[in-house]
Write a protein that binds this ligand. Structure first.
Ligand SMILES: Nc1ncnc2c1ncn2[C@@H]1O[C@H](COP(=O)(O)OP(=O)(O)OP(=O)(O)O)[C@@H](O)[C@H]1O
Length: 231
């Protein structure tokens, strides 16, 4: 589904991403981990054509993302609050996203149903603009909006950050269920090694812009990651 080839992003003299090859097959769930500044967000921005690579190419279903909008119809993403339209209420925002994908009010309501526990009574019917929500609740709105169209590919940057422990567990279960139900391909960056290994069947470690490990998740993966990041 996603193919990255000889992808380099450099800012002045600093190379922040340098990936020779990365292939993500349909239905894979890939967790991207790495310390602050490793290049995770920059990679995601290039996958979504928000940042142009210095050299190299990203293709989605064999078409360079920079050459077409086709991938936008089957890709849902939430990287940060900049993805939100913060002068709308969550309901208005979900309707806006739903309209883009031809969803009826009933469809939207049905698709938000699995988010009921995650929303914890704090998102819908609050008569508040998104900008007035807490960071964690803004994140919940962004994740729900990204998943609303049941996209073939879902890209989330640090979805567990800013969420309280109950919400993190609810989100983890929700992502697993979305994958099981719809076979969504997922790319998820996280600093939470435990959650990301529970959600993803493959883990990629990025260090200073380079892929240093790429492994299938097994029972020993969490321990291996903890050992890797223990300095
Ligand atoms: N527009 C920019 N101009 C210059 N440097 C940038 C720019 N955007 C990102 N960088 C640099 O690229 C490097 C990678 O940043 P990036 O945000 O991709 O890392 P990250 O792995 O997502 O980090 P974190 O875990 O802290 O969110 C950092 O050193 C950052 O300062």
């Amino acid at each position: 589904m996603i193919e990255v080839k000889d992808l380099v992003k450099a800012y002045s003299d600093a190379t922040v991403v340098d990936i020779r090859a990365l292939h993500v097959a349909p239905g894979e769930t890939v967790g991207l981990v790495g310390n602050n500044g490793a290049g995770k967000t920059t990679l995601f921005r290039m996958l979504l054509d928000l940042v142009r690579p210095t050299t190299g190419v990203v293709t989605s279903k064999d078409i360079p993302v920079a050459h077409t909008d086709a991938w936008k119809h089957y890709t849902g993403s939430h990287l940060d609050e900049g993805f939100l339209i913060d002068y709308l209420t969550p309901e208005e925002y979900f309707k806006f996203i739903g309209d883009l994908h031809g969803l009826s009010a009933g469809d939207i309501q049905e698709r938000l149903q699995p988010f009921h526990d995650l929303f914890n009574g704090e998102i819908l019917r609050q008569r508040k603009y998104i900008r007035d929500f807490s960071k964690g609740n803004q994140k919940k709105v962004g994740i729900a909006a990204a998943a609303l169209s049941h996209p073939e590919l879902l890209i989330l940057d640090e979805p567990f950050a800013n969420l309280d422990p109950s919400s993190q567990i609810r989100l983890k279960n929700l992502l697993r269920s979305l994958h099981e139900q719809f076979g969504m391909t997922m790319l998820i960056s996280s600093h939470d090694l435990s959650h990301v290994t529970e959600v993803c069947d493959r883990i990629v470690i990025l260090e200073k812009g380079k892929i240093v490990q790429d492994m299938q998740t097994t029972e020993g993966t969490l321990q291996a990651l903890e050992a890797y990041f223990t300095v």
